[in-house]
Each structure stands twice: as structure tokens, then as C-alpha cells.
Write a protein that binds this ligand. Structure first.
Ligand SMILES: NC(=O)c1ccc[n+]([C@@H]2O[C@H](COP(=O)([O-])OP(=O)(O)OC[C@H]3O[C@@H](n4cnc5c(N)ncnc54)[C@H](OP(=O)(O)O)[C@@H]3O)[C@@H](O)[C@H]2O)c1
Length: 287
């Protein structure tokens, strides 16, 4: 297949580039909004450019890794987030090709105490969550055969993320307070990229919404302790704090664990435990 990957300069997009080397039977077209080495320029909000790109390269499948992911900035500029996270999905979905799209746990309220299933009611509480949910609806409206993978707490050796920030702060600070009343599942973007390839390589196309994160649960505090242990950081004292003690600009979900049963059953796979993914990532970061 000729596969168009958008947002290739982001965390997931870069992991897709790495993993594509294990799947040489396809031809890949890696794109992003700004140019970088081996990456074509393609703005997913530019309808004419997307249609021309799909036609010129005879694209069979779009993997949409592009998004407006800054949760705080989205509160101030929901219109731009809506263009990228929602309007562009109507464009990508109407190209007459298969689409795999990535969505988020932020479509849920985060008030639950049990892992969320795909069929659970959504109730986004943030601008980012609203735009991502609108994107899901727009995509399924024009392309009911699309596959949507909702994920959460992504990190990677590429880009900026919580793991890299905690390693930096662990070297800079003697004490650090990290919230322990927000529970979720850290997810290594390399494992999400593997899940995307599981969908691509499956002998049958199974359209629909799926939840995919690593296995297990923890708080941001537990996650930080693990990051510091693996990175060999010993001189920073990490303390658990409540969300109300941290000056969040945007409310964060208290419980955003996703139930992955549907993905595991449909594609007959097991998923790595979050600590296993973290070990592989920190090793790559060479700590
Ligand atoms: N990060 C998380 O914790 C998390 C959690 C749940 C779900 N997700 C979802 O997972 C997916 C991948 O996330 P990620 O962390 O890999 O995101 P990321 O690192 O922010 O990468 C997104 C990429 O898309 C690019 N982009 C922005 N606007 C674009 C446009 N108009 N056209 C083409 N490319 C554009 C970005 O460029 P610029 O950087 O220049 O804007 C960036 O390179 C997203 O759908 C995200 O919503 C992420």
C-alpha cells in the first residue's frame, strides 16, 4: 500500500517512521505542517493540498498522527484547535481511502472510577477534548469505515513530553511535588505505533473506535518515581501532592483509564505493561 502519515514530526509520527522500517512492503509518505528531513510538507487543513497529495501519490491509506495537542493553548484558541482536530478530519475522511485516526481519553469526563469502554458516553470537559470528539464525529460522518484509536498519556524519545520533563527537573531540582490524585496509563508512542501496524497488517479491516494504551494504571506521582528510578536520579525528593495544590490552567481528568478489551480481542494481541514501555524509552534516552 501507499501510506500517507500526517504529523510525522510529532511523537507518534516519528515512532511510525522508525517502525515503518520493519514493514518495507509498503511505500510511506511522511508529512507534517513544517518541513523536516525526509518529510513532505502537508497541512491537513488545506483541502486542495490534501486531495492533490492523495491523487499524486496514489495513496491507499491515511494514518493521521497530526493534531493540535497543547491542552492549555486550546482553551485560549479553540478555533485553531477545531480547524486541525475536527475540520481537517472531514477533509482526510473524504479522500476515498482508508483512514486510521488517533483520538484521546479527553473525550470522557474523567469522573468515572472504572476503565472507559468505547461505548461509554462521552463528556469532554476541555476545549481540546471537544475538538477531538468533533474530529471523531466528522471523520465517521464521511468515512464510516475509518479506524479510530483513542489513547492517553503519550510519551516517546521524540518530542517534548512528561518523561523528558521529569528527567530534566530531576536533575535541576532537589524537591518536586507531583499529583497523585490523577490516575491513568502512561503509553509509549512506539507501542501505539505498533498498534497502528497491527491494524494495517490485519488480514481483515475492522472499522470502528478502539481504546489503546499500555497495560496497568498509575498516578503521575508513581510515574515520576519510576522515571527517576530508571534514569538513575537519586538526589531529587519527589512528594505526592493533590491536583488542587498544582496550578493547572486547564482541568485534568481524575480517572482516565481506557478499557482495551475490544482492541485485544479484535486483533488478538497482548499489550505491554506501562513500566515495560517506560524501561525501553528511558534506555533509548540513554540515562
Ligand atoms: N500527547 C498525548 O499525551 C496524547 C494523549 C492522547 C491522545 N493523543 C493523540 O495522539 C496523536 C498523536 O499525538 P502526539 O503526542 O504524537 O502529537 P504531537 O507530538 O503534538 O505531534 C503532532 C504533529 O502534528 C503536527 N501538526 C499540527 N498541525 C498540523 C497541520 N495542520 N497539518 C499537519 N500537521 C500538523 C504538529 O506540528 P507542530 O508541532 O509544528 O504543531 C506535530 O508535528 C494526536 O492525535 C493526539 O491528539 C496524544
Amino acid at each position: 500500500m501507499n501510506i500517507l502519515v500526517t504529523g510525522s514530526n510529532g511523537q507518534l509520527g516519528n515512532e511510525m517512521r522508525v517502525l515503518s522500517e520493519n514493514h518495507p512492503k509498503h511505500r510511506y509518505f511522511f508529512t507534517d505542517v513544517v518541513s523536516a528531513e525526509d518529510i513532505y510538507v502537508l497541512d491537513i487543513t488545506d483541502k486542495a493540498a490534501v486531495s492533490a497529495f492523495v491523487a499524486e501519490h496514489a495513496i491507499d491509506l491515511i494514518v493521521n498522527c497530526a493534531a493540535y495537542t497543547n491542552v492549555d493553548k486550546a482553551e485560549e484558541d479553540e478555533a485553531t484547535a477545531m480547524k486541525i482536530n475536527a475540520d481537517a478530519l472531514s477533509v482526510l475522511g473524504s479522500q476515498g481511502v482508508k483512514v486510521i485516526h488517533i483520538s484521546t481519553d479527553y473525550v470522557f469526563s474523567g469522573d468515572e472510577h472504572l476503565p472507559c469502554k468505547e461505548s461509554d458516553p462521552v463528556a469532554p470537559r476541555t476545549a481540546y477534548g471537544r475538538t477531538k470528539y468533533a474530529g471523531e464525529k466528522n471523520l465517521l460522518g464521511v468515512c464510516p469505515e475509518a479506524v479510530i484509536l483513542r489513547t492517553a498519556w503519550l510519551y516517546s524519545s521524540f518530542g517534548n513530553n512528561f518523561v523528558k520533563t521529569m528527567i530534566r527537573l530531576g536533575h535541576e531540582k532537589e524537591t518536586l511535588g507531583v499529583v497523585f490524585d490523577q490516575i491513568g496509563t502512561p503509553t509509549y508512542a512506539a507501542d501505539l505505533a505498533q498498534a497502528v501496524f497491527t491494524v494495517i497488517e490485519c488480514s481483515m479491516w475492522h472499522p470502528g473506535i478502539y481504546h489503546f494504551t499500555n497495560e496497568g494504571v498509575c498516578s503521575w506521582y508513581d510515574f515520576t518515581i519510576a522515571i527517576h528510578e530508571l534514569a538513575g536520579i537519586t538526589k531529587c525528593q519527589v512528594s505526592p501532592i493533590l491536583s488542587e495544590e498544582y496550578a493547572y490552567r486547564t482541568p485534568r481528568p481524575h480517572y482516565s483509564v481506557l478499557d482495551k478489551s475490544k482492541f485485544k480481542k479484535t486483533f488478538n494481541v497482548t499489550i505491554p505493561y506501562w513500566l515495560d514501555g517506560l524501561k525501553r524509552c528511558v534506555k533509548l534516552l540513554n540515562c
